[in-house]
Design a protein around this ligand. Structure first.
Ligand code: KG4
Ligand code: ZN
Length: 331
């Protein structure tokens, strides 16, 4: 091989993932095992369950990534692994597995910060110069950061409580969307997006959180409680049983999605203005990168497009397979 080869291993949450990437960014092979189906059944991630599933799959997934790449461990230049942040039990499985490989094949070990990997992934598919702004929104992440270099980040804002995907998952569960014939196999966020298309957002009025906060932080717990209350009221009014779908579920989904989009867009707008005022971002061709599972929501993307158009920024999203957790971003 002419190029250096890096094996990347990711087990920070509920995906066991591995990939081999060369130094020019070519992906030689990757493999992933998702635990989503199991966690949907239990209504959320139970850390010891996630740990057990990582243990059962890590060997096979790493082997698959290597064999698809036609690379043997001895040909690797280094082994990179997520060391933080994430679920301690999940992280431990990837870390101890990769340290075994490091020891056996005498390879250098590269510890990787999961969020930095998410933030830098766009550079595999697009020519993006530093500095750029990144918005990470998923089930476990919610942050805005200025990426000044490969390991030079300025955190501008984060969620003070839960992430937007987590809130959407909770609302979807509260609405029993798992029993909805059209959305039973979708993640909570996707189910909300799907149902929202059939609803009228004006039938409910949820106020976006933190409207007066002079920072770029986020919050979703307060909003979630207000939504919960509304759902409880509607359930009483309609007299429905546990597990049944409200006739107003689509309207609620539309209003929830709209309020979530407004909140995310407003906080991001503040971050762009903050950076431009201080010359931290280019005035004429600044880039906003949006990644994470929630970034696949087209309504939220539209809201972000309005913000980037109004501030002369370019909006970029990695392709969906690189938006969610994966081994490529680690490698
Ligand atoms: O990035 P991801 O696959 O995993 C992590 O959370 O790390 O994101 C999953 C999250 C879930 O909360 C899911 O409900 C949400 O992303 N999600 C969506 C959509 N698709 C997935 N949220 C809103 N709209 C969607 N279309
Ligand atoms: Zn992630």
């Amino acid at each position: 091989f002419l190029h250096k080869l890096v094996l990347g291993i990711e087990t920070s949450c509920d995906d066991t993932a591995a990939a081999v990437v060369d130094e020019t960014g070519n992906v030689l092979g990757e493999a992933i095992h998702s635990q989503t189906e199991v966690h949907l059944k239990t209504g959320g991630i139970i850390p010891p369950v996630a740990q057990q599933l990582h243990r059962e799959n890590i060997q096979r997934i790493v082997q698959e990534a290597l064999s698809v790449s036609k690379v043997s461990p001895s040909e690797l230049s280094a082994i990179a692994t997520t060391i933080k942040p994430g679920l301690a039990l999940s992280l431990g499985v990837g870390l101890s597995f990769s340290l075994q490989l490091v020891d056996k094949f005498k390879k250098p070990f590269i510890p990787i910060h999961h969020m930095e990997a998410h933030a830098l992934t766009i550079r595999l598919t697009n020519k993006v110069e530093f500095p750029f702004l990144v918005l990470l929104i998923s089930g476990g992440h919610c942050l805005l950061a200025l990426v000044k270099g490969v390991s030079d980040f300025l955190l501008l804002g984060k969620s003070l409580d839960i992430a937007p995907g987590d809130m959407l998952d909770k609302v979807a569960r509260r609405l029993s969307l798992i029993n909805h014939p059209e959305c039973s196999t979708m993640s909570g966020g996707k189910a909300i997006e799907h149902l929202a298309k059939q609803g009228n957002r004006l039938h409910f009025d949820f106020t976006p959180p933190m409207q007066r906060a002079k920072n770029c932080d986020f919050s979703f717990t307060g909003l979630q409680h207000i939504i919960d209350k509304t759902i409880m009221q509607k359930e009483k009014e309609e007299g429905i049983e546990k597990g049944q779908i409200l006739s107003s579920a689509a309207d609620i989904a539309a209003a929830v999605q709209h309020t979530t989009a407004c909140h995310i867009a407003k906080r991001t707008h503040r971050a762009i203005l903050f950076c431009k005022q201080r010359d931290l971002l280019s005035q004429s061709n600044a880039v906003l990168v949006v990644s994470g599972g929630v970034a696949s929501n087209l309504y939220i993307r539209k809201a972000l497009e309005i913000v980037t158009n109004a501030t002369q920024c370019t909006l970029l999203c990695p392709p969906p397979r690189l938006c969610t957790d994966n081994g490529v971003m680690i490698a």
